[in-house]
Write a protein that binds this ligand. Structure first.
Ligand code: BDR
Ligand code: CA
Length: 303
């Protein structure tokens, strides 16, 4: 099984991605870390712990950055609800995050691992940037970073910037400049990775996971219940186990940090106009039918 560490800001599409990370038989989830993004750090951590309790999963959770590196947090409560996972009443529990911050917990798992680990980031890249700045020596044991974020075209938070990158452009710039092998699943694929109402009706709604996700989805405001809900973060997990359903292109990607109107834009040099070496593999197309078939398959394994 592929060992992974998942950095997340749950978040309704994050919740679906966490389900897939837990129940895809190909994956071995070693650690979950939380970051401020869709809602505050306190809420994303509470949501992560609630989900793991819901599935009775004993994956450790470490709490990460409460704010972007240099900017104040702007959240996405308008998309995910005030709690970040509006729509389902989770039971109370006593779970707590680890006593160390996310970047340190990631470092400890990387350094103790006999084999390289894949980092998966589905929120702002603050924790990953902190890891690379504090512990550059652990980079050798990162197999690659697979991320949901960015866009080669339009944005979804500002005209050109996608939310995860727009929230912490300085962190994203640090990560793209790091030399890590990066797979970028941005809006170019995730905007079309929708689950439509017809399709949702075919998913197992009789089990606890189905009921919970259906309840969250009915409060989710990325896409719509008419045209389909956008499962941005699920794409990063899908790439790990079904890479053949994506079309990737190796490109140079820069993150704009200065622009008055464009901060957080990923400048994806598809035609190599800048003549710089590629630093990311950018997902530009996805086989939607195959994606939906995989989602059904993996969710059928959840309780
Ligand atoms: C990204 O922003 C968040 O709201 C989602 O969880 C996803 O990670 C999509 O732009
Ligand atoms: Ca997310």
């Amino acid at each position: 099984r592929l060992p992974i560490i998942l950095d997340t800001d749950p978040g309704i599409d994050d919740a679906a991605a966490i389900a897939a990370a837990l129940f895809a038989p190909e994956l071995d989830l070693k650690l979950m870390t939380t970051v401020a993004g869709n809602v505050s750090l306190e809420k994303t951590t509470r949501n992560a712990l609630q989900l793991l309790h819901f599935w009775n999963a004993s994956i450790p959770v470490a709490q990460g950055a409460a704010t972007p590196l240099l900017r104040p947090l702007r959240d996405a409560a308008s998309v995910h609800g005030e709690s970040g996972m509006e729509g389902y009443n989770f039971v109370e529990h006593q779970r707590q995050p680890l006593a160390k911050p996310a970047f340190q917990a990631i470092r400890d798992v990387l350094m103790a691992s006999p084999e390289p680990i894949t980092l998966v980031a589905i929120g702002p890249l603050t924790n990953i940037a902190l890891l690379l700045s504090h512990y550059p020596e652990c980079q050798f044991n990162i197999r690659r970073l697979v991320m949901m974020g960015g866009s080669a075209g339009r944005g979804n938070f500002t005209p050109n910037a996608e939310f995860n990158i727009a929230i912490d452009p300085e962190a994203a710039a640090r990560v793209f400049e790091s030399g890590l092998e990066i797979v970028m699943c941005g809006l170019d694929v995730t905007n079309s990775a929708t689950l439509t109402p017809d399709y949702l009706a075919t998913l197992p709604a009789g089990n606890q996971t189905g009921k919970m996700l259906h309840a969250l989805f009915s409060h989710y405001r990325s896409g719509s219940m008419v045209t389909g809900l956008r499962m941005h973060d699920l794409c990063a997990i899908a790439w790990l186990v079904r890479p053949e359903i994506f079309t990737l292109k190796s490109c140079f990607v820069a993150v704009e940090t200065q622009g008055m109107y464009t901060a957080g834009t990923t400048v994806v040099d598809i035609e190599n106009r800048l003549g710089k070496p590629a630093n990311a593999q950018v997902a530009l197309d996805i086989d939607i039918d195959a994606f939906r078939a995989w989602v059904a398959e993996v969710l059928s394994k959840a309780p």
